[in-house]
Ligand binder design. Structure first.
Ligand code: DX5
Ligand code: ZN
Length: 220
């Protein structure tokens, strides 16, 4: 999973009045994953979309649905997101009483498991789970909103995780999410991230030329 750079556009910055069309365009523009930010107004101070919307979008593309759950308690909803068509289900360890249990629930549905760390969350929350998961999502902004400024202090965390992953020869994605642009994409790749989430840069730069923006994030 972890060799080449993958781009996972966040539909948080898409036009929600024509989400289906936006998904089809992202597919054609060369996105690798489709990043779906799910927020509950409780774990984070914003509300977005739920499983019903994902279910309706599912038939429009074969791309991997990279579902980032910012909801708590998360366990009650895993099944619904799995049935809706998520491929990767990522949760925050603070949103569950038992991280192992949540991993197991996701795996029971034969979905890939991701764990996300907020900027201030320690990697100790995930190190003992690395053998059991498919993806680590490092947040480079406080979760809740698109369009925030990248927090450079998380680069160190990416490096630390990359080091452990390499030492243990694990085949997992290291994904970075929040404020990624054409400049900082280089440093996060060098630090070891291989999946880049981006909302504002992909949908807003170069007059919204998503194809160009995806390819610039990949090649820069
Ligand atoms: C924030 C979300 C991110 C974010 C990405 O809580 O998880 O996916 O919206 O958007 P940009 O690239 O605009 O920071
Ligand atoms: Zn996200």
């Amino acid at each position: 999973m972890s060799n080449s750079i993958k781009i996972s556009p966040s539909i948080l910055s898409a036009d929600f009045s024509k989400l289906g069309e936006e998904i089809i365009n992202l597919d054609k523009a060369g996105a690798d994953y489709i990043h779906v930010d799910v927020m509950d107004g409780h774990f984070v101070p914003n509300i977005t979309i739920g499983p019903e919307v994902i279910k309706k979008l599912r038939p429009l593309t074969k791309k991997t649905f990279d579902v980032h759950l910012m909801i708590s308690p998360v366990n009650n909803y895993i099944e619904q997101f799995a049935l809706a068509g998520a491929d990767i289900i990522t949760f925050h360890p603070e949103a569950t009483e038992d991280t192992n249990e949540t991993i197991k629930l996701i795996k029971n549905h034969k979905k890939k498991v991701g764990i996300s760390l907020k900027p201030k969350s320690s990697i100790d929350l995930i190190t003992k789970h690395l053998e059991n998961i498919d993806l680590v999502l490092i947040m480079s902004v406080e979760p809740g909103f698109g369009g925030q400024k990248f927090m450079p202090e998380v680069i160190e965390k990416v490096k630390e995780i990359k080091k452990i992953v390499s030492e243990k020869k694990l085949n997992i994605d290291i994904e970075i999410d929040g404020g990624i642009n054409f400049e900082n994409c280089k440093v996060v790749k060098n630090a070891g991230a291989n999946v880049l989430v981006s909302g504002s840069t992909i949908f807003k730069e170069n007059s919204g030329n998503i194809k160009k923006n995806i390819s610039l994030l990949r090649s820069n």
